[in-house]
Every structure is written in structure tokens, then in C-alpha cells.
Ligand binder design. Structure first.
Ligand code: DAH
Length: 441
């Protein structure tokens, strides 16, 4: 696949890693920009649109669904299990939970919240229009729940979980959907808390002057404070993995890069014959805490994706099912006990239908596959199961590049007729040539 040099199945993290990606062009096809109207109303607020606007009606229709707090929804059951785990693990002297939970913060955030406050470099690929849904140049649908980290820390919170829907432009298959859900967490500790179980802590410090950054720590932290925090972070998260997947679960830590933490890791669990990344975490960049007036504390943070977990734990085969309003889906999760072991039984299997589309890319190279994927979603909706870039071809003499995509049409709840599929396919071809300025072959 040409878009991602370092391909990674876990989209929850790819965009915030330090990866080199070859994009045909980083600028978003002007054709997909919001048309004439100068403002849009989202969740009851008016926003001006501009040349950055690329939210699509289909993505907008997901705003406010709040699957993560919907009674009996599988994503909501997993949220409850995670929250309960934190309540049980962390409490004060009289037994009250110390983590507070925020699960209804608006998904519309500023570029400052989503990127700048988290030290994401100005030229980082995760900021691209090809990767995010922008409302305008300053506002977007949050691409990760970490977007709320600095505002909550600035409010004086030291231990919190944030849960909600996040939005990213990506490929189309059984594990990728433009909207999904994440839990993010932060824990900030004073020196006394970090060395709580140590006697005579006089020589122990959280910070050192003129320290040097290494693989193990940031320049400003002492090695002892980082090691204690790292230990608590990793213990907490392996404990969470064991609570969700069972105490026998095999896991491993992989070093990773995130702009907002150092050092950083990913936790992978071995599930059905393969290693799955389930979360990213690390020691919060001290610069973030300094900017929020919390310089005397050291902190850890993590973020995980709920769909990935729910698909494994409940055997849910396709990410589109989470959005289904069919009671044949939702009835299977009606339980008062979030720890209940449930295995999803497919309602019935409807046959897939595949069709290819090939086109010459514009000569000015203003094209990104994500523009095509969004357009296919807009036209075909949830009747689209998967789109793969099957073939690339460079014309020997004109040197023009052609892409061939295979679209798999398959509805989760009914059989699609050949006629219906042909019709959508025709519409896609038409719109692709009109809106993306490509030449359908
Ligand atoms: N926001 C990251 C993502 O979506 C995940 C993450 C990594 C969150 C490290 C964190 C963190 O809070 O500390 O890819």
C-alpha cells in the first residue's frame, strides 16, 4: 500500500507515532472541500467553514450517538469494566475512588487542544487534512481523547479518565471506521506520593538540573522517579489486560514514540495467534505539566481504543456492527453485569459482492487515497465492507499513475441485490471523476 510505509493494523496509534509516510501529496484535494455554504451547525453550535473544511455528512451523522454511554452497548460494557478496574485499584484512605471520569466532553476541539498543547510538531503527519476531519482551520473533530489532557490538568485534576468518540480519516475494512472510541487516562504524583513506600526520602528527588535526555528518561526527571512511575504504569496496565482478557493472557511491552510522552510504550497482547497492540502510554512530557502550572508533579498517561477490545472480547467480526440499530445485535448485549462473558452470534451471513474501479490520478498529483475512501463511504454508506488498493500502474510513456481499487459491497443486515450494487458502483464512478478530478478507465 503506497500510503503507509510503516503499515500498522492499530489505527488508534499510527497517526501519533513518529513515522515517515509517503503521501502522493499532503494537500487535500480541493474538490472535497465544503461547498458554497459558509457555516455549519454541529451539536447545536455554528462554525464558519473555510478551505480546511472536510467533515462529511456521514461522519457528522455520528456526532451525538455516544455509543460509549449507551445502555447495554458493548462499548459501554467495556467502558464500565475499565472504570471499575480503576475505582478498585486506586482509592484514598477511606476507600473512595481517586480517579474521576469524564465521558461527555464535546468531540469538537481546537487545533490547540488536539495538537499544540500536546507538543505535536507543526509538520507532524497526524495534522494533515488527509488524516483528520476539520471543521475549519482552527477546529476539528478530536482525533484522540488525549486532546482533553491539558484542559483537565489545568483545572487541577490529578487522576482522571476521559472516554469518548474520536474521528480519523482512514482506510476501509473490518477494523477501520471513521469514528471510534477511546479511553485516555492521566495520573499525576507529588514526590511524597511517588516515594510513598520508601523511608528516609530526603536524598530522593523528582527532578534534577542539567540532566540529559536518554532512552530511559527526560532530562529534567531523576531516574529513580521515572522508574517508580514506569513500574506503577506498567503494573496498572498489565493488571487491566489481565482483568479484561484473563490472568493467563500473554503480553509484551514495545518501545514507542509519542510527542506527548517520554519514554513511551505500547502494550501488546497475544490473541488468537497474533500480537495485538491494545494501548499506548508513557511518562508525560514535563513541558506539558509546566505549561499547565503543575510543574511540581510527575505524571503518566495512556490511551486505548474500545472497538479493538470489544471485537476481541465479544467475537464481533466487523466494526460497522457497533453502529447497527438492529435489535438482533443490541439484544445480545443486554446484561446488568458488565463482566458477563458474551460471544456474539452473527445474525446471518449475507453474501459479499465485489467490483473494481480504476482511474488515472490527476497529473498535478493532488490526490490522496483517503479522499477516495471518504467519497466511497459517502455514496455507499454501511453497504461498503472493504476497499483495497489492488493495483498501481505507471503508464510507460505518459508516466501517469493509475490506481485500481476493489470495493467489497456487503450489508450487515440484508442481502444486496446486484442492481443496487451496480447502481452504487455507477454513482461512485461518476462522483469520483467529478469530485476528485481523476479519469475513470
Ligand atoms: N493518543 C494516542 C493515540 O491515539 C494514544 C496515547 C499514547 C495516549 C500515549 C496517551 C499517551 O495518553 O500517553 O494514538
Amino acid at each position: 500500500m503506497i500510503l503507509k510505509v510503516l503499515s500498522c493494523s492499530y489505527r488508534m496509534h499510527i497517526n501519533f507515532r513518529h513515522v515517515t509516510r509517503i503521501l502522493l501529496n499532503r494537500t487535500f484535494s480541493s474538490a472535497m472541500q465544503a461547498e458554497a455554504s459558509k457555516e455549519i451547525i454541529l451539536l447545536g453550535h455554528k462554525y464558519p467553514t473555510d478551505e480546511w473544511t472536510n467533515v462529511t455528512p456521514r461522519v457528522i451523522s455520528k456526532l451525538g450517538r455516544n455509543l460509549h454511554i449507551l445502555l447495554y452497548h458493548p462499548l459501554s460494557l467495556i467502558r464500565q469494566r475499565i472504570v471499575n478496574y480503576f475505582y478498585l485499584q486506586f482509592h484514598n484512605r477511606i476507600g473512595n475512588p481517586i480517579f474521576s471520569v469524564y465521558d461527555n466532553l464535546s468531540p469538537i476541539v481546537t487545533v490547540e487542544q488536539n495538537f499544540d498543547s500536546l507538543l505535536v510538531p507543526k509538520n507532524h503527519p497526524s495534522r494533515n487534512k488527509t488524516d483528520c476531519y476539520y471543521i475549519n482551520r482552527d477546529t476539528l473533530l478530536r482525533a484522540h481523547m488525549t486532546a482533553h489532557q491539558t484542559e483537565l490538568i489545568s483545572m487541577g485534576l490529578n487522576n482522571f479518565l476521559v472516554v469518548g468518540d474520536v474521528y480519523r480519516r482512514d482506510e476501509i475494512d473490518s477494523t477501520h471506521y471513521p469514528a471510534f472510541h477511546q479511553v485516555d487516562a492521566v495520573r499525576l504524583c507529588t514526590k511524597d506520593e511517588v516515594f510513598e513506600n520508601v523511608k528516609n526520602t530526603d536524598e530522593l528527588k523528582l527532578f534534577e538540573h542539567r540532566g540529559v535526555e536518554s532512552n530511559e528518561k527526560q532530562g529534567c526527571h531523576t531516574l529513580e522517579s521515572v522508574k517508580v512511575m514506569e513500574h506503577e504504569l506498567k503494573n496498572t496496565l498489565t493488571g487491566l489486560a489481565q482483568t479484561l482478557f484473563g490472568s493467563e493472557v500473554q503480553y509484551r511491552w514495545v518501545e514507542q514514540y509519542f510527542p506527548f510522552t517520554h519514554p513511551s510504550w505500547e502494550l501488546e497482547v497475544y490473541y488468537k495467534g497474533q500480537w495485538l497492540e491494545i494501548l499506548g502510554c508513557g511518562i508525560i512530557r514535563q513541558e506539558i505539566l509546566q505549561r499547565t502550572g503543575t510543574a511540581e508533579r510527575i505524571g503518566w498517561a495512556f490511551g486505548l481504543g474500545l472497538e479493538r477490545l470489544a471485537m476481541c472480547l465479544y467475537d464481533i467480526p466487523d466494526i460497522r456492527l457497533f453502529w447497527s440499530k438492529d435489535t438482533a445485535f443490541s439484544d445480545q448485549f443486554k446484561t446488568e453485569d458488565p463482566n458477563a462473558i458474551i460471544k456474539y452470534k452473527p445474525i446471518s451471513i449475507y453474501p459479499p459482492c465485489k467490483s473494481d474501479i480504476s482511474f488515472w490520478l490527476p497529473e498535478d498529483k493532488h490526490y490522496s487515497s483517503n479522499d477516495f475512501y471518504d467519497l466511497v463511504r459517502e455514496v455507499g454508506g454501511d453497504r461498503i465492507q472493504q476497499v483495497v488498493l489492488k493495483d498501481e500502474f505507471i503508464h510507460p510513456t505518459t508516466k501517469r499513475l493509475s490506481h485500481c481499487y476493489r470495493i467489497t459491497y456487503r450489508h450487515m443486515e440484508r442481502t444486496l441485490s446486484k442492481l443496487e450494487v451496480n447502481n452504487i458502483h455507477k454513482q461512485i464512478k461518476q462522483q469520483v471523476s467529478e469530485k476528485l478530478h481523476v479519469k475513470v478507465r
